[in-house]
Design a protein around this ligand. Structure first.
Ligand SMILES: [Zn+2]
Length: 311
């Protein structure tokens, strides 16, 4: 008969072996989507200065947070990402090397001094914009949300084209009333949240239209214009969410996020959060340009709608 101590040691040893085996099994059987948050801590800057119309998810609350900032912070906290939220563009004059990625939910000219309803918000300086461009080109991530590709800057290419628009990959043009509408899911599906959605995803959103697409993008979601209400949708199908490379940096745009209700739903926040995780290299996606294949008439603004078959 063993005394209580021996039994106890034996049980501990057995339990330890069982625990190690279980941990081994967990580590080596978890799918990628559940492990890509386990990497080292990352730091991301969330910039939400808006001019003119202020989207409520970016409106500063009494406690100093925003609805979208709080939602993204919750997502990021759970994935070992520190999210720094600000509406003060002077941050780009400081040390931006500390950030792994930048997320913008802005509107208006990024360097314009006036126009924001938040008196503590400040524009980005001309030099700050240049630093931001260089940082992304050098390998930092950039995620652009909803109205953030309304924004522009003073820096142009040799043809006079806005370098910020070129970086994002397209410019927000118009929208009609919020409505239910489908976005077509481009194959092969790469973002984890899209993998069980089939060919089409229906959502209630203020759907932007875009112009000045950079055709070097990889389209992720296509706006299906057939059946949409509003003159601005009287055009062929066009990219609604996309990714692209800027030098060594990963860039992503998502049309989602107009209202607070979007951000108050964890499944919706995941749509933006996964783009952030892609830009900080938590997982990979194919960025081969496909604009001309899936949306060959995407830059046409006033053409007949193309119907359901094109994507
Ligand atoms: Zn909006």
């Amino acid at each position: 008969m063993s005394n209580g101590k021996g039994i106890s040691r034996c049980r501990v040893r057995t339990a330890t072996i069982t625990l190690m085996a279980t941990l081994f099994a967990i580590v080596f059987t978890l799918p990628l989507t559940e492990t890509f948050g386990a990497e080292g801590r990352a730091k991301v800057l969330y910039f939400t200065r808006q001019q003119g119309f202020e989207h409520t998810p970016t409106k500063l609350q009494d406690d100093g947070t925003t609805v979208s900032g709080a939602a993204l912070t919750k997502y990021c906290d759970a994935r070992n990402i520190e999210l720094v939220c600000t509406q003060d563009g002077r941050v780009f004059d400081g040390d931006i090397d500390q950030y792994d990625a930048f997320v913008f939910y802005t509107s208006g000219q990024l360097e314009a001094a006036h126009g924001s309803k938040n008196p503590t918000a400040h524009a980005i300086s001309s030099d700050g914009i240049k630093k931001f461009f260089a940082a992304v080109k050098g390998g930092k991530g950039f995620v652009c949300i909803h109205s953030a590709n309304v924004s522009s800057c003073s820096h142009k290419d040799d043809k006079g084209f806005d370098l910020y628009t070129k970086l994002v990959g397209g410019r927000f043009l118009l929208h009609a009333n919020m409505q239910d509408a489908p976005v077509l899911i481009v194959s092969p599906v790469q973002l984890p949240w899209l993998k069980d959605k089939g060919d089409t995803y229906m959502a209630h959103e203020e759907w932007p239209t875009f112009t000045d697409y950079n055709p070097d993008m990889h389209v992720v979601l296509v706006q299906e214009t057939a059946g949409m209400t509003g003159d601005c949708y009287n055009r062929p199908n066009y990219p609604s969410s996309w990714i692209r490379m800027e030098g060594q940096g990963r860039v992503a745009y998502s049309a989602f996020g107009h209202v607070d209700a979007f951000w108050q739903n964890d499944e919706n926040v995941r749509k933006i959060g996964e783009m952030i995780e892609w830009t900080i290299r938590r997982f990979d996606m194919d960025t081969t340009p496909n604009f001309d294949i899936v949306t060959p008439l995407g830059n046409e603004l006033h053409q007949p709608k193309t119907g359901k078959n094109q994507r």
